[in-house]
Write a protein that binds this ligand. Structure first.
Ligand SMILES: [Fe+2]
Ligand SMILES: [Fe+2]
Length: 260
């Protein structure tokens, strides 16, 4: 019974182009018949006969034994965790979760500053509020990833951010945007460091995930760098007021759906 199963696997894994040429079959179930008729044969391209045959029940036995011996499956354990998920990867993910939370907190504080009645730049307030939520979303994505891989999420302390964002020469708008640019660039470096740890332990599922985040990060950096350049041009006072209006239009308008 098991021999028949192995034969089926070999056939289904080989691409059609690599199968030995055969006379046309008349059966209504060509796939099943092919599985029964196919015998180990040299590859038509390489001439090599595959010596290896995957025997799932044999090869899974040690993993199954480990799973069966696993403790109760309480919150401290994970059934999903594979042996290849290194504890340093788990720690590095937790570190990045904290970084995303910290940056989110800074953006939140900026949003509160620009929403003050004495500052009253609603476009900036909304922009930084959105940024705060975005960074919080990044933290959540990494939390989901950690749990998916059977790691333990460990939330660390968040440093309280500054409350004042005015600057004697630059003013508040340019200063806050330059600070935002610095944070985004710093976060890019942190993501690179995270990627290096994951790559060191040969975990392509994790590295690919972080590569997607890196792509988003460079796009964010470019956007904030553009804003910094524009704010340097407009100066303070009325220029900032006009920029705030445009920011509100772009940012708030961008996430307003046609039906809303
Ligand atoms: Fe982020
Ligand atoms: Fe960001």
């Amino acid at each position: 019974m098991q021999a028949a199963t192995a034969s089926t696997c070999r056939c289904s894994l080989r691409p059609p182009s690599a199968r030995p040429s055969q006379a046309p079959r008349r059966s209504r179930m060509p796939v099943v018949r092919a599985a029964q008729e196919d015998k180990p044969a040299p590859d038509t391209l390489t001439g090599v006969t595959a010596a290896y045959s995957f025997k799932p029940f044999d090869e899974v036995a040690p993993v199954l034994a480990n799973t069966a011996q696993a403790p109760s499956g309480g919150p401290a354990d994970s059934f999903a965790r594979c042996g290849t998920f290194h504890s340093q990867c788990e720690a590095a993910l937790n570190e990045q979760i904290n970084i995303e939370y910290c940056i989110s907190y800074v953006y939140h504080a900026m949003s509160c500053y620009f929403d003050r009645d004495t500052v009253s730049l609603p476009g900036f307030a909304e922009y930084f509020r959105d940024n705060s939520l975005e960074e919080r979303g990044h933290a959540q994505k990494l939390i989901d990833l950690q749990n998916t891989r059977g790691g333990r999420v460990k939330l660390n302390a968040i440093v309280p951010p500054e409350t004042e964002y005015d600057h004697p020469e630059k003013g508040d708008a340019l200063y806050a945007m330059e600070l935002s640019l610095s944070l985004e660039k710093l976060n890019f470096d942190k993501l690179l460091a995270l990627w290096a740890v994951l790559d060191q332990h040969g975990d392509p599922q994790l590295t690919q995930y972080v590569e997607d985040m890196l792509q988003e990060q460079v796009e964010d950096i470019k956007k904030v760098a553009d804003y910094v350049s524009q704010l340097r041009r407009v100066g303070q006072g009325h220029g900032v007021w006009a920029f705030d209006h445009e920011l509100a239009e772009n940012e708030i308008g961008a996430r307003t759906t046609p039906d809303a």
